[in-house]
Design a protein around this ligand. Structure first.
Ligand code: FEO
Ligand code: CA
Ligand code: CA
Length: 653
């Protein structure tokens, strides 16, 4: 979702963090490329830990540190200004699965209707709107093949102007239900054929999870009094997941979907918000989804605890369509971007997570128990128990993971945290208390398969940094008015993902190297980009960066000739950035998955055609995009694109 989607249109304040954690404004030394600190920590031989079990991308990527430094063999594409997906010469890009396409549920495969007249019930069996994070799972389970698998993907939010006949006028219960059904997750079966990839329909795996799907709860907030509602007096089962942004993939073959801007679906008109509601941005109006008008679950005056049941990481078993998703409260409640899983040398599962709002934090979770490659069932509860940490980045280039544990660091009942459940539910307030570093909107996090313990995080932008009354530049967020964003990285102490501390540096300042104003200048070696968001290493160690320049910013003078959102390939060892893909007009590029052989790439195109005001009105058909169906068809649709090399080779080579 573009960052200004809700804030500009609906006037919601984009900063909820008003705590006094140090901004280090007096230390303006930008820490570029302190490679001296980061060198000399070669990859550990962890490959053996994973052998013979799940060949997920996360797992397949481990242990490639001894392979040669990857090279990029494609000719970069220029900035994109056309209403199409552009990839380098020698590559193809084909649409696989767009909003409204049937998922493939046996006996229930309604076709998409271009006038948006599909019913709410039909929408529950079709692709949701606005595709986002995505993972590929080879079939059968635990296989390593690259021709047949499952794609699990998020549908982050709805543009209700496009979703319904007549848009939001009139607004009614059927439209609310359709909007709820267009959120969540798709699981689809996909297969490579002689004519390219196709969705297998019908499929016994096909599934839609949406805003009304029953979801279980694990961890310290399970059954907590702040999770109890009239409809669920024991606090054990939540209806649905929504605003599913980025994702994660576990080595045991499950999918993690992350709830981001969930606050915008709730309203509280009471005129008085409690500290928890304020810290998470609850407002009287929400972000304009207007669910509460028809579904009182989203009116916090009537259901004060319902909002506590969103903002979590949700684990889904894509191989079992009857399995109940689980919200893992041990991973904390915030505006989750993604959840990137790695296994520490000790065998503990480690999950890195960003909280995407201006001046929010980077977190990690370390499981109490160890990953067991031979016991998938046991692994499915690894995320239920462990320690949640939040990051402090110090000006000297060191960093500390601060534990959010009841009874430690002032997280006590006297200070407003009755128990660990409250720390999980109010993780932002707990992180304030322990002194975490306020970052420029943490988005995706990627673990380098070529260098054990090295981790990258996109900080997409923060135009508020340095504004009056807001924190100023600091070492880890070195630009005031950070329009273009940056990528930070850290090296865990001892090359151990479970370590308590790390060394960090700024990998790149995004922007245009030729910018006249230093605050807009990047230090990119190669093709310029802005607002890095999606971030994933492929199995060879190429880092792929997807951009989300908001549609309002795309038109700003600093941006104007940089075109549509894009994807660049990066070789961390050489610092080379090469533009690989540009998207259609008004879109965001977000969501990325590879087959284990690295020969097929799946990319999601989100909100094509989004106008500068970031709401489409069907009475005024979008002038800027008719992707992917073309001008005759009408409505632009988010979609999954399959990218391959025409010679069948490895992507990027
Ligand atoms: Fe949904 Fe922070 O992007
Ligand atoms: Ca994002
Ligand atoms: Ca974004």
């Amino acid at each position: 979702m573009s960052d200004s989607y809700k804030f500009k249109q609906y006037g919601v304040n984009d900063t909820s963090n008003t705590c006094n954690n140090p901004a280090l404004s007096d230390v303006l030394e930008a820490r570029f490329s302190r490679r001296g600190i980061l060198q000399g920590t070669g990859a550990l031989g962890v490959a053996g830990l994973f052998s013979g079990t799940f060949a997920t991308l996360a797992e397949a990527a481990q242990g490639v540190g001894n392979l040669p430094v990857p090279t990029l063999g494609f000719a970069p594409v220029p900035f994109g200004f056309e209403d199409k997906v552009v990839v380098p010469a020698g590559y193809s890009a084909e649409v696989l699965y767009a909003w409204g396409d049937p998922v493939g549920i046996p006996g229930n495969m309604p076709a998409f209707k271009q006038d948006a007249s599909n019913t709410a019930a039909e929408q529950a069996a079709q692709a949701g709107m606005h595709h986002d994070g995505m993972s590929y799972f080879p079939l059968p389970m635990a296989a390593t093949g690259s021709k047949h698998g499952l794609l699990a993907m998020n549908h982050e939010y709805t543009d209700d102007g496009l979703l319904h006949v007549g848009g939001m006028k009139p607004w009614n219960g059927e439209k609310v239900l359709k909007s709820q059904h267009a959120h969540g997750v798709s699981v689809i079966e996909v297969e490579a054929t002689g004519k390219g990839w196709k969705v297998v329909r019908p499929s016994k795996y096909a599934r839609r999870i949406h805003a009304n799907t029953p979801v279980a709860i694990s961890g310290p907030a399970r059954g907590h009094k702040l999770m109890q509602t009239e409809a669920d007096p024991k606090g054990l089962e939540i209806l649905g997941t929504f605003n599913n942004c980025a994702n994660g993939q576990t080595p045991w073959g499950t999918y993690l979907t992350c709830e981001e801007n969930w606050d915008g679906y709730f309203i509280n008109n009471s005129g008085s918000l409690n500290a928890n509601e304020k810290r998470y941005g609850i407002s009287a109006t929400g972000a304009g989804y207007d669910w509460a008008v028809e579904d009182f679950r989203f009116d916090l005056q009537l259901n004060p605890n319902e909002a506590n049941r969103f903002g979590w990481v949700v684990e889904i078993d894509p191989f079992d369509p009857k399995s109940k998703p689980v919200k893992h409260t041990a991973l904390g409640r915030f505006k989750h971007e993604g959840a990137t899983v790695t296994i520490a040398p000790s065998g503990h599962a480690v999950v890195y997570m960003g909280d995407d709002q201006r001046f929010e934090y980077i977190y990690k979770f370390v499981s109490k128990n160890k990953y067991n490659p031979k016991n998938r069932k046991a692994n499915m509860s690894l995320l239920s128990e462990g320690t949640l940490y939040v990051a402090r980045f110090d000006a000297d280039g060191s960093g500390t993971w601060l534990p959010l544990v009841h009874g430690q660091n002032g997280l006590t009942a006297e200070n407003g945290f009755a128990d660990q459940g409250e720390i999980a539910i109010m993780a932002r307030l707990a992180a304030d208390k322990v002194g975490a570093t306020k970052m420029d909107r943490p988005e995706w996090i990627a673990v380098n398969p070529r260098k054990a313990g090295e981790v990258y995080c996109t900080l997409t932008n923060n135009s508020d940094r340095g504004k009056e009354g807001k924190p100023g530049a600091d070492a880890a967020n070195p630009r005031n008015g950070n329009l273009f964003g940056h990528i930070i990285r850290w090296q865990e102490n001892g090359a151990d993902a479970a370590a308590a501390g790390f060394k960090w540096d700024i990998f790149v300042l995004a922007g245009r190297p030729d910018a006249a104003k230093p605050e807009h200048a990047g230090n990119i070696k190669g093709d310029a980009f802005g607002s890095p968001d999606g971030l994933l290493f492929d199995r060879l160690g190429v880092l792929w960066v997807q951009t989300d320049v908001s549609t309002s910013t795309v038109n700003a003078k600093e941006y104007k000739d940089m075109g549509n959102n894009q994807m660049v390939a990066v070789v961390p060892e050489t610092g080379e950035f090469r533009r690989f893909l540009t998207g259609p007009n008004g879109c965001e590029i977000t969501g990325l998955a590879f087959t284990p052989d690295n020969k097929t790439m799946f990319v999601n195109i989100q909100h094509p055609g989004e106008p500068a005001n970031e709401r489409n009105d069907p009475a005024k058909p979008t002038a800027i995009s008719a992707w992917p169906d073309g001008p005759q068809a009408g409505r632009p649709r988010a979609g999954t694109v399959v990218v391959r090399k025409l010679d069948g080779g490895v992507i990027g080579s």
